[in-house]
Design a protein around this ligand. Structure first.
Ligand code: ATP
Length: 247
């Protein structure tokens, strides 16, 4: 969907819609306009990469859309819920129920096994893990043989795949991946990107990834480029351009 069409409201297959999103920060006496009117819609079950130079607003956009930061003006609708105006408690609920996160630094709990890390979002909310779902995820992600290991006993790439499984386990509406390959060598990075791609193609997951890595964007269906807090490019790729993509 184009930025123009996004202004007309969310279509059924849009899992995120922002309209005229503005975020300003105060830096001393100056005001920084980190987002300067972003209207964009993200399609369900697609892999969207957000790129742009340092300071262009990528992290701010992700934080506002994921309910990690408040917006100055405009609207964010995530999976049918308007986030602006929600209390911290309501935002926490939205994040817990509808969003999975993958970070550059993996953020696994060192004292827990891979399996315990993966099911944490489920057990923390007082539910029992769906063993079939976990087994299927671990098979798709190639970590089924590593589940009893602690993070320190895993390679960086394996740790990040555990983090991807953790992000997917509760069937979130969106997975946000913030520089997921930033701490990995190119081979491990390619493996993790392939796993995110498979999460989209085989599990119907929606993935939004912030990245500096030009190679990473080749795995996405769409590349949104930001500059000075605005969307300056919005490119959709075809399946033939995308490595590891099902034809
Ligand atoms: N908490 C904050 N307080 C003040 N200014 C901020 C804050 N967070 C971000 N900014 C400013 O907002 C602008 C956008 O920052 P943002 O971190 O979103 O960019 P980015 O594209 O993610 O950069 P990078 O690639 O370096 O992570 C920058 O000018 C930054 O200095």
């Amino acid at each position: 969907m184009t930025a123009h069409a996004a202004a007309r409201g969310p279509a059924p297959d849009d899992v995120i819609t922002t309209t005229a999103l503005v975020k300003t920060y105060r830096q001393g006496t100056d005001e920084v306009r980190a987002l300067d009117g972003v209207s964009v819609a993200v399609h369900r079950a697609r892999f969207t990469a957000v790129v742009g130079p340092s300071g262009s607003g990528k992290s701010t956009l992700m934080h506002c859309v994921a309910g990690l930061d408040t917006v100055t003006s405009g609207s964010v609708v995530l999976d049918g819920t308007e986030l602006t105006g929600l209390s911290d408690r309501q935002l926490t609920r939205v994040r817990r129920k509808r969003i999975g996160f993958v970070f550059q630094s993996f953020n696994l709990l060192p004292q827990l096994t891979a399996y315990e890390n993966i099911v944490l979002p489920v057990t923390m909310s007082g539910r029992r893990p769906d063993r079939e779902r976990v087994d299927h995820l671990c098979e798709v992600l190639g970590i089924a043989h590593r589940l009893s290991h602690r993070p320190a006993e895993l390679s960086g790439g394996q740790q990040q795949r555990v983090a991807v499984a953790r992000a997917l386990v509760a069937r979130p509406a969106v997975v946000f991946a913030d520089e997921p390959t930033g701490n990995l060598d190119s081979r491990a990075g390619a493996e993790v990107l392939t796993m995110l791609r498979r999460a989209v193609d085989e599990l119907g997951q929606t993935v939004v990834m912030v990245t500096h890595d030009p190679a990473a964007t080749r795995y996405a269906d769409r590349v949104l480029a930001l500059a000075d807090g605005r969307v300056v490019r919005d490119e959709h790729t075809t399946p033939d351009d995308t490595p590891g993509r099902r034809r």
